[in-house]
Design a protein around this ligand. Structure first.
Ligand code: ADP
Length: 287
């Protein structure tokens, strides 16, 4: 199931003194099964873009075609789009409100009008998918949990709608390093084991380098770079011009190379940096 975005422009408060062009003629195709990271400085248009993908915002001009259907066509129900495209907002745990975790996760599937049996199956499946044991957690209050666990409950609430495409807006924001890694691991699992297409909005290059297959960089309402992480992170100058940076480990490796270490400097994750340095030192030992 692909998403085709054609010449999408979004202007807030058009024809007023506060007019703001948030998206400026964007055309891009997001393919089935991809893990895409959407990155850009604050105000570059990321949130505006993702809210078009499940019909929360309407384009000023342009088209959004999901699974071959123009979602603005008459007769297309937004509820059908939202079954296909799930959106997890920033700090989604603020939207938890039920007394128990089970009830909270049931909320979305109930709105789809499913049978009790199907709702039950989906809640159990969604909890498994985000790594929360059903029996242990179902009767607990969401408010008893740690920040990272609360966020997993909120993600399970969207996952229980069983969308093919899951969009997450800054899912690791405000978590400690352990919580960040756990959430990233769960998202990666949703992609790998359950074949969900993932669109991850992030400004953490470290997170993006760890998980994404494709990186789309936005600036001032336009997509300025689009490619595999190693292709995009190579453009350090462009990234810096738009207020971003490559992962920190890339700078470290490049600094070592400048100081005479003969290593591959096209490196974006700590684990590949470790492998490259071990290879280098082993080579140096045997000389
Ligand atoms: P990002 O998610 O990358 O931070 P946004 O999509 O939130 O970017 O914002 C893009 C631009 O649109 C910014 O200049 C922002 O100030 C403006 N904007 C966002 N939401 C609104 C709104 N509801 N009304 C007016 N302007 C908005």
């Amino acid at each position: 199931m692909s998403i085709k975005i054609e010449n999408l422009t979004h202007i807030y408060m058009a024809k007023s003194p506060f007019e703001k062009i948030a998206l400026d003629d964007i055309s891009i195709e997001l393919n089935d099964g991809e893990f895409i990271a959407l990155i850009g400085h604050t105000g570059s248009g990321k949130s505006t873009l993702i809210q078009h993908l499940n019909g929360l915002l309407k384009p000023t001009s342009g088209k959004i075609i999901i699974d071959g259907t123009d979602i603005l066509n008459k007769g297309v129900k937004l509820s059908d789009i939202r079954k296909k495209v799930g959106l997890v907002f920033q700090y989604p745990e603020y939207q938890l409100f039920e007394e128990t975790i089970e009830k909270d996760i049931q909320f979305g599937p109930k709105n789809l009008g499913l049978s009790d049996k199907e709702i039950d199956t989906r809640v159990k499946r969604a909890m498994k998918m985000v790594g929360l044991d059903y029996e242990t957690y179902k009767d607990k209050s969401p408010f008893e949990l740690s920040g990272g666990q609360k966020r997993r409950v909120a993600i399970a609430g969207v996952v229980a709608m069983e969308p093919r495409i899951l969009i997450l807006d800054e899912p690791t924001a405000g978590l400690d390093p352990k919580g960040r890694d756990e959430i990233l691991y769960q998202i990666k699992k949703l992609h790998k084991e359950y074949n969900m297409t993932i669109i991850l909005v992030s400004h953490s290059m470290e997170d993006v380098a760890k998980v994404a297959d494709r990186v789309v960089v936005m600036n001032k309402g336009k997509c300025i770079l689009d490619g595999r992480p190693n292709e995009v992170f190579r453009n350090i100058d462009t990234l810096e011009e738009v207020g971003l940076a490559a992962p920190q480990v890339t700078y470290l490796i490049r600094a070592l190379k400048e100081r005479g270490f003969n290593i591959d400097d096209n490196i974006f994750t700590v684990s590949t940096a470790k492998d490259e340095l071990l290879k280098y030192f082993k080579g140096a030992e045997t000389k």
